[in-house]
Write a protein that binds this ligand. Structure first.
Ligand code: BG6
Length: 498
């Protein structure tokens, strides 16, 4: 019995290229297992793991079991593990070897295997073209709209600048139609991220104030406490915080928080609105007192290695592990409203949130109580703040002022909050569960379209040019990045370091 609201009737053969890699083990396999266990997958789905190492026979199932024990959010029991393994096969081969694709073709021709194919490219970016080429030569890609379908899921990075992003799009479009390409930005699969549009457009009370008349600024933070775990040093040293997080996850959050209402909920309508917003997103001009870019790199301390000392990182690396930007959106709704973004590794806290900070009331009638511990001060009235907590403590909070019970007329900031855990008992689904399900059922709403990717890189190119001569500033592990990031903020605004 399906315990998820969604069940895929259509059988699918899911081929994972890079089946023994880190992403497969940490994210894909646990997500597929949960979908399987919750009855969301068609009864005759098949997973083929394609990789070079020797995991034939029962070894592949053992590897999967190990990954599940370590990473699955769904309890793993022996019966369902064995049942799950009966849907798995391993295909050993070199990704650049034509013979391996000829063999794969033979396997896929088995009439017992579902004819719909989802190729998941969990591989290094430089391997995408050779793999697509081999798939094409082996005639494993069916054109869209003709019987059984072929879809290809691509993982980021979708380039490292505009030029390479365009080249990647051209490569993919040489072999596939845009409707067959599913570019994963896993932030879009997060339940709280999907809720941004529902919250904005399923209510009437917020939209009228979501504009330059009422909003003072928007700030988005995605801070992490981790460093270079899982051997990520080499990849990260090449990409850095700007390309790894800002170019995709943070820009997608800005797009959802600030876009216009779509005409409907189709993938096309939503992505059209996101593209328009991303095309209006610009790096704000820098001034000597208020730069618009701040890059940082974590140094070390007694407990934590400096970035430069991490495994597979260049000891003289100038890659940023922290990036903060002041942006603006040049459209009618948002002109002159600063949009602050920041992200980094080894920061004070793992936290992702979108803060919409409203303007203060036009007249200050009340005094405000601000307390730190037992000490309370009277200050000016605090502005309202709407906070989308993407993770952890998922929820939405509105900070408002209310009269403090006392003989004086002073107000205090209080939270009106909606938290997922307080409202629903069920744990939130993992982003990959939702995204894999959507790719299998052909819903591309939560995947990034080629023009969105190019709009994102277009902005990043201007940031890269603006920061070309700057070296990242050091910050200690556990800090909120370099103190210099405060200078980005205008008109007394402050980062919400909570
Ligand atoms: C990935 C980045 O896309 O997102 C990682 O490559 C980062 O560097 C991760 O750690 C963060 O994802 P989440 O879901 O933990 O916020």
């Amino acid at each position: 019995m399906a315990t998820l609201e969604v069940h895929i009737e259509e059988p699918v053969t899911f081929v994972i290229f890079g089946a023994t890699g880190d992403l497969t083990r940490r994210k894909l396999v646990p997500a597929l297992y949960t979908l399987f266990k919750e009855g969301a997958l068609a009864s005759d789905f098949t997973i083929i793991g394609f990789a070079r190492r020797d995991y034939e026979g029962t070894k592949f199932c053992n590897l999967i079991a190990e990954s599940l024990h370590e990473h699955s959010r769904t309890p793993v029991d022996e019966d369902s593990l064995q049942a799950f393994c009966s849907h798995l096969t391993y295909h050993r081969g070199d990704l650049s070897d034509a013979a391996a694709y000829a063999e794969l073709k033979k396997k896929l021709a088995d009439s017992a295997l579902p004819a719909n194919r989802l190729f998941y490219l969990s591989i290094m970016p430089h391997l995408i073209e050779p793999v697509m080429d081999q798939l094409k030569t082996a005639e494993l890609i069916t054109p869209p709209g003709t019987g059984p379908w072929t879809r290809v899921v691509v993982e980021k990075p979708f380039g490292r600048d505009m030029k390479s992003a365009q080249a990647l799009n051209e490569t993919l479009l040489k072999y596939l139609d845009e409707t067959q390409i599913y570019r994963i930005d896993h932030y879009l699969g997060k339940e709280t991220v999907q809720n941004i549009l529902s919250f904005r457009f399923a209510n009437t009370i917020f939209e009228p104030v979501f504009n330059r008349t009422y909003v003072d600024h928007i700030q988005i933070t995605a801070s992490e406490t981790v460093g270079m775990e899982s051997g990520r040093g080499a990849y990260y040293d090449e990409y850095g915080a700007l390309r790894d997080m800002v170019a995709n996850h943070l820009f997608q959050l800005v797009a959802l928080a600030a876009m216009e209402a779509p005409e409907g909920l189709s993938a096309r309508s939503i992505r059209n609105e996101k593209v328009k917003l991303l095309q209006a997103l610009k790096l704000a001009p820098s001034t000597p007192e208020h730069p618009s870019v701040c890059f940082g790199q974590y140094s070390g301390n007694t407990d934590t290695k400096a970035f430069r000392d991490e495994d597979r990182v260049d000891p003289s690396s100038t890659t940023e592990t922290f990036a903060a930007l002041r942006m603006e959106i040049s459209n009618w709704r948002w002109a002159d409203v600063p949009v602050y973004l920041r992200t980094g590794k080894r920061m004070a806290k793992k936290s992702t949130e979108i803060v919409i900070q409203f303007k203060t009331p036009p007249l200050s009638l009340f005094q405000h109580v601000a307390c730190k511990g037992d000490v309370c001060d009277l200050t000016g009235v605090k502005p309202n703040t709407l906070i989308f907590r993407i993770q952890p403590d998922e929820g939405i909070f509105l900070q408002v002022s209310a009269k403090r019970p006392s003989m004086q007329l002073v107000v205090e900031s209080v939270n009106m909050d909606f938290s997922y855990s307080g409202r629903w008992e069920k744990a939130l689904p993992e982003a990959y569960e939702r995204l894999l399900l959507d790719a299998m059922r052909g819903d591309s709403t939560l995947f990034t379209r080629s023009d969105e990717v190019e709009a994102e890189w277009n902005v990043i190119d201007t940031v890269l040019a603006a920061a070309a001569d700057t070296k990242p500033l050091p910050y200690t592990p556990g800090a909120w990045g370099p103190a210099e990031a405060n200078a980005l903020l205008l008109n007394g605004a402050q980062w919400r370091n909570e």
